[in-house]
Design a protein around this ligand. Sequence first.
Ligand code: AMP
Ligand code: ZN
Ligand code: FE
Ligand code: FE
Length: 274
Amino acid sequence: MKATLHNHTIHSDGTKTIKEINDLAIKNNFDVVAITDHDTLDGYYDILELDTPVRFIIGVEMSTVHKNKNVHVLGYFPTVNENVIKFFQNMRKERIDRCKKMIYNLRKYENIDITFEEVSKLASGSIGRPHIAKVISEKFGITSSEVFDKYIGNDSKSYVSVGKIETEDGVKFLKDNGAIVSLAHPIQIKGFDFEEILDYGFDAIEVYHPDQDDEYSNMLRKVAKKHKLIVTGGSDYHGNNHSSVFEKSFIEDKDLDVFLEKFDELKKINKKIK
Ligand code: AMP
Ligand code: ZN
Ligand code: FE
Ligand code: FE
């Protein structure tokens, strides 16, 4: 059994629909696939309508901050309640405000003139930096990755974080709403040691991710063991946006059993609480 637990769709900055992801899952023999768009659960409704042998799980990649640095937290929901849906609908508004602030900053600091309309036209869901990057890339003839490096990276002058939710509070919110919570791509965490946040209540850690080599994944497996965390993994698939490959990173066999056992156990508990 094989699972990929980190995928973006057109509901955030991915380019594929759930149907296209389902086709990829079948073609590559995946049994379990999680949808984890940035700060939105809109993919949930697509999953409900999908007719497929693949087990689809609704998740989210939540934007949080720790020590002023961007920390992505993955939540996987055995059950979905109104509270969570409303919370993330509100975050969508925060992302719109943040996008407008970044556009303002780009004009002020970099003399780059783009409009919110140009950016929002590209976003059918949760709006983010890749949409800004695409507009600048097309207008000024540079690649999206150059746009990130030069103008909108985490340490750029124009960068604005999405909301101000502390990682500790984000983890608590997801757990209070019955999710399995995993620390996304620790390799991307800069500015502090990621181990210092693991006792905020994380259930899991993303051990397999395309940004790293096997040595780094093996190191993360040891960290998972030390902190008694479940192992998750996935390709952080974004479709045609930055060269991600659907089937590259995954979990299988025993790791997947442990994840699904916890998922099904939470499902029972969540239903009782309701
Ligand atoms: P946001 O959540 O709006 O801050 O955007 C984060 C997303 O931007 C990530 O999930 C990636 O899809 C993309 N991204 C971040 N850094 C880079 C980079 N250096 N080059 C290309 N895409 C990036
Ligand atoms: Zn993304
Ligand atoms: Fe991320
Ligand atoms: Fe992601």
